[in-house]
Design a protein around this ligand. Structure first.
Ligand SMILES: [Zn+2]
Length: 175
């Protein structure tokens, strides 16, 4: 009787081990699949987060090349030190040190971060459109020879097309 019991017990233990090993294998496979999924989801998510989801007004300006109402934009009367980035793709476009007040109702810059802004003559052949060189988002127009600053250049940008990253530890009023 003892022997039979022992054999039975050994049998049970062995079969349990077998099941555990099987379960272990299944678990490993599932985990690997879950990891793969996570990785591919991450890649997609990263791509998505590079392009901010736009509001209707932002779409109207950035995608359909519209213009925000003058004097309405967030960055028109805005003098903090930092960097203006593309609203859609977050690539740096303008430095606050190049911003000036042209009294025109839109944020104005007399220079761009090198290579960040693309200039294209409008279809009417008169004005020069400025777009983000990375994502093609519409920024506004650039005008020359107006005499506002030494650089004689005015990037007239829509606030809606921009986002602002304050210079770390050097915000206005903190000095
Ligand atoms: Zn962009």
């Amino acid at each position: 009787m003892k022997i039979i019991l022992s054999v039975l017990l050994i049998g049970i233990v062995l079969s349990m081990n077998g099941q555990e090993q099987k379960a272990e294998k299944v678990k490993v496979v599932t985990e690997t699949k879950a990891n793969d999924k996570k990785e591919s989801e991450l890649t997609i998510q990263e791509n998505v987060t590079q392009f901010t989801k736009l509001t209707e007004l932002e779409k109207y300006v950035i995608i359909n090349k519209g213009t925000e109402y003058p004097f309405s934009g967030k960055y028109y009367k805005f003098e903090e030190e930092g960097t203006y980035v593309c609203k859609q793709c977050k690539v740096p476009l303008y430095k606050s040190s190049d911003k000036f007040d042209a009294h025109c109702g839109w944020p104005s810059f007399d220079d761009e971060i090198q290579g960040a802004v693309k200039k294209t003559i409008d279809t009417d052949g008169i004005r020069t459109e400025i777009t983000c060189n990375n994502c093609g988002g519409h920024l506004g127009h650039v005008f020359y020879d107006e005499g506002f600053t030494d650089k004689n250049t005015r990037h007239c940008a829509n606030s809606v097309s921009l986002d602002f990253i304050p210079k770390p530890g050097n915000k206005k009023g903190e000095q």
